[in-house]
Design a protein. Structure first.
Length: 591
């Protein structure tokens, strides 16, 4: 999977798609459940900028890779050793120098796609001989040769993981490399498709689906991807997909060794599972994504979630009167979320009724029947004021600083509760907090200081203000002057569900707080895992080892995020529903 991830990261930086018989998309079946490909060429400046970004993240990603290898060492030591060998090949190099030494064409074509659920990565090589030398170096670091095999006259290498029931195959086909994750007992037909020896009757290049998708959604041709859930979910649930079936069989064999439960019993999948999966997929048929702007200073992306028509119709024309939802925020962290409880209640009650009328019968999905029953009951209670009057929530933070000797950070900012009955919400608060009863608040946006006992609880001055559509609180020096403006910002337009603004400094503050919390949790977990009872023996040692591996992986993940955040000037995002489904867009400005 790390081989595949590296290749995918490489082709996200590059592009060049020609309509020829050896283009990667020419090998992708038109009915693939998922595909990601590059359809056009990046300019040199943008490619350089993205490579620089990748280089900044590479050390932390290597640390994460090694942590993953440590984590799987006990269950699959052979694969763990191969991961470490791959990490050693990357250590001390930039992404571009690694690609050059490995003969990978960073200006070439690539496609990542599924043969069923089995992932295949095909990408151009600048020098096949150098890629062969890279494999030889990898084998030396690994400590042994990868298994050599041949299909017709096409040679390939394979690494089998009996623990997962899978194999990674690696081949040089002409001037392209092919890396695929297949079941360890892959049929000749599946193997030949992965190697490209047998072409699909109709390819994604013939189909032109990604090109059409890019034009319809405004994706640039640099990177376009789609996940077709109407194909993927039934494959996943039916037990008929070769890769997923092999993974499930390996899991069942391991479980059988522990419990004695027969493997055949664990692998039984009734026909209803594929039917239920198709039913779910009909509600959310597909996901797609792509860049809408990409240059050295900007990374704008769009993510589309196709929805069944009744879902789209329920929200596409819904206008939520939440101040701030109608315009981009300006605070260092500014988040507005539409939560129109009455509309959500109507929608989810209808979904619960539909499941009650026609329950899921697949054993893997019957838990959903109980969950929807609980949801239906909860929706009945949601109508009770003041919760039933809720329209949304806005959080605007001006400062956020980790505080010493306390788990809570210090902050200043504003909280806005959108509601169709702000006076009723205030009255409820006054009944629950007697000191609020003394406040006389009008719906004119003018701030009133909170009683001193409440201000003492937050350790800062605080104010309350009200408008016809919201109740707002400001916490911190100077926040009273911002409350009226906050309550008068535009409300959401039709279909708008979310807006967010985050600047780079606040992004780093959030990450630091999250890392501090993760470190504290990891330390507590490690203490519990070590324990003081020697009778716990090996099990306790294993728990401590796993806790250490998890902590290392967490460190690596935060290092990656912080390296990226250091380069960020601002991030803006929004989410809305239109007639086709849900659309999420983001705009990242880099320093």
């Amino acid at each position: 999977m790390r081989f595949i991830a590296l290749g995918l990261a490489g082709f996200m930086l590059v592009a060049c798609s020609h309509k020829d018989k050896n283009a990667p998309l020419a090998f992708v079946p038109a009915d693939t459940p998922y595909a990601v490909a590059n359809l056009a060429t990046l300019d040199d400046d943008t490619r350089t900028a993205l490579l620089t970004q990748a280089d900044a993240q590479l050390p932390a990603q290597l640390a994460q890779l090694n942590a993953m290898a440590d984590d799987m060492a006990a269950k699959d030591p052979d694969t763990a050793r191969l991961l470490r060998a791959f990490g050693a090949e990357l250590k001390g190099q930039t992404v571009e120098t690694f690609a050059a030494h490995a003969g990978i064409d960073v200006k070439g074509r690539a496609a990542f796609y599924g043969l069923g659920l089995a992932p295949v990565l095909r990408f151009d090589l600048s020098d096949p001989a150098m890629f062969e030398e890279f494999i030889a170096r990898l084998e030396t670091a690994y400590g042994k040769k990868l298994d050599a095999a041949q299909e017709d006259k096409q040679a390939y290498r394979r690494h089998v993981s009996t623990a997962s029931g899978t194999e990674v195959i690696l081949a040089i086909v002409g001037k392209q490399a092919v890396i695929a994750l297949l079941p360890d007992t892959a049929t000749p037909s599946l193997l030949r498709q992965a190697l490209g020896l047998d072409r699909p009757k109709k390819s994604l290049q013939d189909d032109g689906r990604l090109k059409t998708l890019a034009k319809a959604k405004g994706y640039k041709d640099w990177l376009v991807g789609q996940l077709d859930l109407t194909r993927a979910l039934p494959l996943l649930a039916s037990g008929n997909d070769p890769l997923f079936g092999a993974i499930e069989k390996a899991r069942a064999q391991a479980e059988s060794a522990k419990t004695g439960e027969p493997v055949a019993n664990q692998l039984q999948t009734p026909p209803s599972c594929a039917i239920d999966a198709a039913r779910i997929a009909a509600r959310v048929p597909a996901l797609s994504f792509g860049y809408t702007r990409l240059d050295p200073k900007h990374q704008d992306a769009r993510f589309d979630i196709a929805l069944a028509s009744d879902i789209s119709e329920a929200f596409a024309r819904l206008k939520v009167d939440l101040p701030g939802l109608g315009t981009a925020g300006t605070a260092p962290f500014d988040l507005s979320i539409a939560l129109p409880v009455m509309s959500l209640r109507t929608f989810w009650s209808a979904q619960a009724d539909a499941v009650a009328a026609k329950p899921f019968t697949c054993p893997k999905l019957t838990d959903l029947n109980d969950e929807f029953a609980k949801l239906g009951a909860a929706m009945q209670q949601a109508a009770i004021p003041p919760f039933g009057d809720m329209l949304g929530l806005r959080v605007a933070l001006d400062t956020l600083v980790a505080a010493k000797n306390t788990s809570l950070p210090t902050f200043s900012g504003r909280l806005v509760l959108g509601t169709s009955n702000p006076a009723g919400l205030l009255a409820t608060g006054q009944m629950m907090v007697p000191s609020l009863a003394r406040l006389k608040l009008a719906a004119d946006g003018k701030p009133i200081p909170l009683p001193q006992d409440l201000a003492n609880m937050v350790g800062q001055p605080a104010w309350l203000a009200m408008s016809p559509h919201a109740l707002a609180i400001g916490i911190g020096a100077g926040e009273d002057a911002k409350l009226a403006e906050t309550l008068n910002t535009p409300v959401g337009d039709a279909g708008r569900m979310l807006r967010m603004h985050l600047n780079g400094a606040m992004y780093l503050s959030w990450l630091q707080l999250m890392e501090d919390k993760a470190d504290s949790l990891a330390a507590a977990t490690a203490t519990i895992s070590r324990g003081d009872d020697s009778s716990l023996g090996t099990d306790n040692d294993d728990a401590a080892t796993e806790a250490a591996a998890n902590a290392a992986r967490s460190k690596a993940q935060f290092a990656v995020m912080k390296a990226q955040a250091e380069r960020v000037d601002s991030i803006d995002a929004e989410m809305h529903v239109d007639d086709d489904g849900m659309v999420i867009t983001s705009q990242t400005v880099l320093k």
